[in-house]
Ligand binder design. Structure first.
Ligand SMILES: Cc1cc2nc3c(=O)[nH]c(=O)nc-3n(C[C@H](O)[C@H](O)[C@H](O)COP(=O)(O)OP(=O)(O)OC[C@H]3O[C@@H](n4cnc5c(N)ncnc54)[C@H](O)[C@@H]3O)c2cc1C
Length: 436
């Protein structure tokens, strides 16, 4: 059996890894449009500083997959304790917000505690993300942090997003909220409390190790953009700018909205194309910025809900290894989400850097423009799947259509789900077990 995998990110490589030992599989072709595989797990270099597409950390509740990722890295990894902060009215509040309420100004703290203890929304079924926040955390925590932060990162109203992403967030016990308000800092989300990160090479080190474990059955074709896929008498043909690939099976990890259009089938229902065009997602601009002084200490990431600051998160990677640090300076990464044709999309890179500098000044991380040594912007079109109210319906329709065609959809944008690395690898492993 011959298999073609469209796209060459973590989902494609991990799937090839889990399939390669099956005797009946003769060859697996991976077709990647970029000059290197890795997708969102790639790492870039600016003046000797390695940085990811937004900082990636390795953590998971799924012990088997977590061990698998850590084993891939071998010695090239270090464990770190999460130290994330929320910047709230120029105060550092520990993440998650509800666990460190005593850091808030008194009036805001009282609003959060009162809204949680006497919550009129508690007994309603939450039908969207905003309702879920109100029901689970009450009005204060929702209005002071969750609503503005989510509006900022998603650039989408949480009342028009569904609960798929949030419905597993547990409701904090009343005692924890009272402890957090009285000055005790409660550790939340314990599976994220510790994470690993490569000592060098950034997240792409994971991709490199994975590539090294692929057998000669797996052929990687970089610079090969898939232009169309068609099926005749149960044989698939994938056409790229570099050549055509014939196979018995096709798995697509490229964005589902685009795949619906390049898959050629004269009986393709119009509703599949309409569903594809209605899938929503965010792009991201990451700004790496090296500055003269370090204001962040050994904190790893800061969430910024304030809408006057362009970035929603800023991270510092200096303490993760020598390739992430330049002597006597600090390097931050600011993340800015956008969608095609919105106001951020229309800014030039220079304008975005200027706004990042203004934001850093505003949150007190630099004194002036003079503190900046250098900065660089990179943009990535596919970053976050938006679970808008029609997402599930649209994706089920698309998935069912491709099941009927005998094609599997895999990966973050391939299956159009909010999947982190661990979930992508789990999905690849399960799919490899299902493919006949
Ligand atoms: C800002 C950000 C931060 C993140 N942080 C974390 C984190 O801390 N921890 C974590 O576990 N996960 C994190 N993730 C998630 C992680 O990056 C993804 O789960 C994972 O990289 C998805 O892999 P994938 O192969 O599904 O998709 P992708 O990496 O998007 O791969 C798809 C590939 O398909 C290629 N392609 C597209 N169209 C075509 C075409 N027509 N022809 C050929 N090739 C094509 C693309 O070039 C790409 O290489 C983060 C993601 C983002 C955006």
């Amino acid at each position: 059996m011959k298999i073609t995998i469209l796209g060459g990110g973590l989902s494609a490589l991990s799937l090839a890894y889990f399939l390669q030992d099956r005797a009946e599989i003769e060859q697996i072709d991976i077709l990647e449009q970029a000059q290197k595989v890795g997708g969102l797990c790639r790492t870039y270099n600016k003046k000797g500083i390695e940085y990811d597409v937004g900082p990636h950390i390795i953590f998971s509740k799924d012990k088997e997959i977590l061990d698998w990722m850590n084993n891939l890295l071998g010695e090239n990894k270090e464990e770190h304790r999460r130290s994330n902060r929320i910047l709230y009215k120029n105060r550092f509040v520990q993440y998650p917000f509800e666990n460190d309420l005593s850091k808030l100004p008194k009036e805001d703290k009282d609003y959060c505690v009162n809204g949680f203890m006497h919550n009129p929304y508690e007994d309603y079924d939450a039908e969207n993300m905003l309702q879920f926040f109100l029901k689970t955390f009450g009005e204060g925590i929702t209005n002071l942090y969750l609503r503005p932060y989510n509006e900022k990162i998603w650039k989408f109203d949480p009342s028009l997003m569904d609960t798929q992403m949030v419905n597993r967030i547990p409701k904090p016990p009343k005692e924890d909220i009272l402890r957090s308000a009285s000055g005790e800092t409660v550790d939340g989300y314990t599976h994220q409390l510790y994470f690993t990160y490569p000592k060098q090479g950034g997240t792409e080190a994971l991709i490199e190790s994975l590539k090294n474990r692929l057998s000669s059955k797996v052929k990687i074709h970089a610079n090969s953009k898939v232009i169309s896929v068609s099926k005749k008498a149960n044989i698939f043909e994938a056409r790229t700018n570099e050549g055509n690939y014939v196979s018995d099976k096709v798995i697509s990890t490229i964005p589902a909205n685009e795949f619906c259009h390049i898959y050629k089938d004269e009986h393709k229902p119009q509703e599949v194309l309409t569903a594809a065009d209605n899938l929503r997602y965010n792009s991201i601009a990451v700004c790496i910025i090296n500055v003269k002084k370090d204001y962040a200490g050994d904190n790893y990431a800061f969430m910024v809900a304030d809408k006057n600051v362009i970035f929603h998160r800023i991270s510092k990677l200096d303490f993760m290894g020598k390739n992430y640090h330049k002597e006597g300076t600090a390097t931050y990464m600011a993340e800015i989400t956008y969608r095609k044709n919105d106001l951020n999309d229309k800014q030039t890179d220079e304008e975005l850097v200027k706004k990042v500098v203004e934001g850093l000044e505003q949150i007190g991380f630099i004194d002036s423009q003079e503190d900046v040594n250098f900065a660089e912007i990179k943009r990535f079109e596919y970053a976050y799947v938006i679970y808008d109210l029609n997402h599930r319906k649209n994706m089920d329709l698309i998935k069912n259509y491709f099941v009927r065609q005998g094609i599997y959809l895999n990966g973050r944008f391939g299956s159009f789900e909010y999947l982190n690395m661990d979930a992508v690898i789990r999905q690849s492993k399960s799919l490899a077990e299902r493919i006949e």
